[in-house]
Write a new protein. Structure first.
Lengths: 429, 167
């Protein structure tokens, strides 16, 4: 019996450290395991005993790309526990800063990390020689997103201006006007990006996903909504644990999230888009149609188009929020701690980011639980890899490897959040 | 004859001041504030490397000061003139979300958005522990690098004509 092994020590253009093992026996793919070996980071443990006011700044450190997702889920959970509602312009500013995060995160992934896969380049630097304008657009979009984060958050990496009840400081209207001009240009650049990625060659793969995302009464979801799926889930975020569970698997230091009743599910742009297509503005929906997308997209490789569509949406939403902005009376509403449990769930660029905290009477954290999007997508990534690699088992190892890496990058996996990523091994027996 | 304007120079201190020797870049950059001519820009950014491409837009020359991984001698100073040599690729960690300074330089050069002159001072560190002070060897090196950057800036500010005359 012949054994064949392909090994990639570290996959570039994904975050973190781990490995992928493909088991091929008698010409048939029998297993695809995503083995995450990054040490656990223990955020939930060292949040215990810390005060509620410290929480946004601690959880921001979970990720340098999506710190707002962690800050927003945390402050919503704190406010949920203490019976606080943040509305009006403070709520709008939270939505605005989240738009900045979507723009910078999606632009980085679409242009710098994922596009080279489709066009046959080893990285964005090589791609830039032939696609300079697209790379310039990507850099400009990322800068605009970062500028928005810096303006509202104090800095673009691990922002420091978010607090329970609102912000430490809110901007004057005059501070938002210059960035509105840049957002108008960014919107046009993002439309160009949609049209560019829509021309890519896409592998022919349709998967029968259970999509899971937030759904809000009248908004494309960012900070608020119910947790819904395309099967039968429609629950309050406080009931997350009734439908979902985390399991430890031997080959991953990041917990696998599963639907208790049905197993793997998908969070992120494809899920958000499929479950909230009707919440997109008509112009964005028309652009999606122009790019060849129906109201639901089951091809994971086309997630790059959906990400680009979400950049356009985030630019338009940011412009709408800025146009309607009025200076709030105060930068935050009062927050008085009390004993209790609070839940927060927001839409990180990679999917829902769910938090639960228990507090004692003075707001000290007793327990914390944080479920990041990439941890939730691990079983779905493995199922995708089975579907992608199975028809390729007779192909050379480098063909299998490249397609598997591309498949993993469909998820923009942030393993440093879930814990980290990747070397690839193919074992043939 | 009208004097040519000085070339625009940017000095960038890279690193985390809360991680021991990794803070050598920001320490040197802060030390240079008030020492260098007022038309020289100094920064110690905390953002990702890609944002440097926008930060150095319009500058003729950029000088980076950064810590290097321990190799042989803590505090040893390496100087790279990227017009003459490439940054050792082994210095880069292949992360996705935080592209390296070398990646940013490579990308900017392809896009024709890189300064004409790029000089990198890298100081071999010994300790990168959270909250730790710089080791004495790297603290000594920081003083030496500060002096060398002052001289480097003076050279780089010279106009192209002056540089030709010097040669």
């Amino acid at each position: 019996m012949a054994t064949r092994t392909i090994r990639v020590d570290y996959l570039a253009r994904v975050e973190g450290e781990g490995a992928l093992d493909l088991q091929i026996s008698d010409g048939r793919l029998v297993a695809a395991r995503l083995s995450i070996f990054e040490p656990p980071r223990f955020f939930e443990a060292f949040l215990r005993g810390r005060g509620y006011m410290e929480t946004p700044d601690i959880v921001a450190r979970i990720c340098g790309i999506c710190p707002i997702a962690y800050q927003m889920s945390a402050v919503h959970a704190i406010e949920n526990a203490f019976g606080v509602t943040v509305g009006g312009q403070l709520r709008a500013l939270r939505r605005l800063i989240y738009c900045g995060e979507w723009i910078e995160s999606h632009a980085l992934h679409v242009v710098m990390l994922h596009a080279p896969d489709f066009l046959g380049y080893p990285d964005a630097i090589a791609m830039a020689r032939d696609h300079g304008d697209a790379v310039r657009s990507g850099l400009a979009l990322k800068k605009t997103g970062n500028d928005l984060l810096r303006l509202l958050g104090g800095r673009e990496i691990h922002p420091v201006n978010v607090r329970p009840g609102g912000f430490y400081r809110v901007p004057q209207r005059s501070e938002l006007e210059p960035i509105a001009e840049r957002l108008k240009m960014a919107r046009d650049q993002a439309v160009g990006l949609v049209r560019w990625v829509a021309t890519f060659p896409f592998p022919d793969l349709e998967r029968d996903y259970e999509f899971v995302a937030l759904r809000h009464a009248n908004e494309y979801p960012l900070n608020e909504g119910r947790i819904v799926s395309n099967r039968d889930i429609d629950i309050d975020i406080a009931d997350y644990e009734s439908e979902f569970e985390e399991r430890h698997v031997a080959h991953s230091t990041a917990l696998h999230s599963l639907l208790k009743r049905r197993g793997a599910y998908l969070v992120g742009p494809l899920a958000r888009y499929a479950l909230n297509f009707d919440r997109l503005p008509a112009g964005v929906r028309a652009l999606a149609a122009e790019a060849g997308l129906a109201a639901v997209c089951n091809n994971p490789f086309r997630s790059i188009i959906v990400r680009a569509i979400e950049i356009v949406y985030a630019c338009e939403e940011a412009l709408r929020l800025i146009a309607a902005y009025e200076l709030a009376d105060a930068a935050s509403v009062p927050v008085e701690p009390r004993a209790g449990v609070g839940f927060g769930c927001t839409e990180a660029p990679r999917g829902i980011c769910w938090h639960r905290y228990a507090f004692d009477a003075d707001g000290t954290i007793l327990t914390a639980r944080i479920v990041p999007p990439t941890a939730q997508n691990q079983p779905s990534i493995e199922a995708d890899l089975m579907a992608v690699a199975a028809p390729l088992v007779l192909e050379p190892d480098d063909v299998i490897r490249d397609r598997c890496e591309q498949s993993i990058r469909n998820y923009d996996p942030c393993i440093s959040c879930s814990t980290h990523f990747l070397k690839l091994s193919v074992h043939r027996t | 004859m009208k004097e040519a304007p000085a070339r625009k120079v940017l000095v960038v201190g890279l690193g985390n001041p809360d991680r021991g020797d990794d803070g050598v870049g920001p320490v040197v950059a802060r030390e240079l504030s008030g020492v260098l001519p007022t038309d020289v820009a100094i920064t110690w950014p905390s953002g990702d490397a890609l944002s440097l491409i926008a930060a150095w837009s319009g500058f003729d020359a950029v000088i980076f000061i950064d810590a290097a991984a321990p190799a042989r001698t803590p505090g040893r100073i390496h100087r790279f003139d990227l017009a003459k040599t490439e940054l050792p690729r082994g210095l880069n960690y292949a992360s996705s979300h935080a592209l390296s300074v070398a990646d940013a330089i490579g990308l900017a050069r392809v896009l024709r958005q890189a300064p004409q002159d790029i000089i990198v001072y890298a100081v071999e560190g010994a300790s990168f522990a959270c909250g730790a002070p710089m080791t004495p060897e790297v603290a000594d090196a920081a003083v030496k690098v500060t002096g060398r950057v002052v001289a480097e800036v003076a050279r780089l500010r010279q106009s192209a004509n002056e540089l030709t005359a010097d040669a």
